[in-house]
Design a protein around this ligand. Structure first.
Ligand code: THU
Length: 132
């Protein structure tokens, strides 16, 4: 199986583990490091709704808290008719840790996919270069 297919499986598998008792909208993520290590993420909700943590940010925070800094690919999966669209907060976190040309594979129901980059998802982003 090709690497990307495996990453899509990791992201899709996360849909079954998402903690979504309020929205019933599971999201899964697979974040791949430059060394090829994979971090799985899923959304985690709370009775205090605003505390929900998205799948993408779960994956980033797992990886970064283990010392990872360099990433090469992100897959995001949802049970959506079209490939899922990451929220703005997660796009900002991607822009913090990933180069603009890093590929992001968005996956929907029945395996429909859309290939984008971090820069396409958040053009003209706010970064550390904005406060030199
Ligand atoms: N969600 C994600 O996990 N990632 C996104 O990019 C979009 C939104 C989650 C947050 C919440 O648990 C549910 O989807 C509905 O908004």
């Amino acid at each position: 199986m090709k690497a990307k297919e495996e990453w899509i499986e990791v992201a899709t598998d996360a849909l079954t583990k998402a903690y979504v008792p309020y929205s019933h909208f599971p999201v899964g993520a697979c974040l791949v490091t430059k060394q090829g290590k994979v971090y799985q993420g899923l959304n985690i909700e709370n009775a205090s709704y605003g505390l929900a943590n998205c799948a993408e940010r779960t994956a980033f925070f797992k990886a970064v808290s283990e010392g990872e800094r360099g990433f090469s690919h992100l897959v995001v999966a949802g049970n959506t008719p079209e490939p899922i669209s990451p929220c703005g907060a997660c796009r900002q976190v991607m822009a913090e840790f990933c180069p603009p040309d890093m590929p992001v594979t968005l996956v929907g129901k029945n395996g429909v996919t859309k290939e984008m980059t971090v820069g396409e998802l958040l053009p003209y982003s706010f970064t550390d270069k904005d406060f030199d």
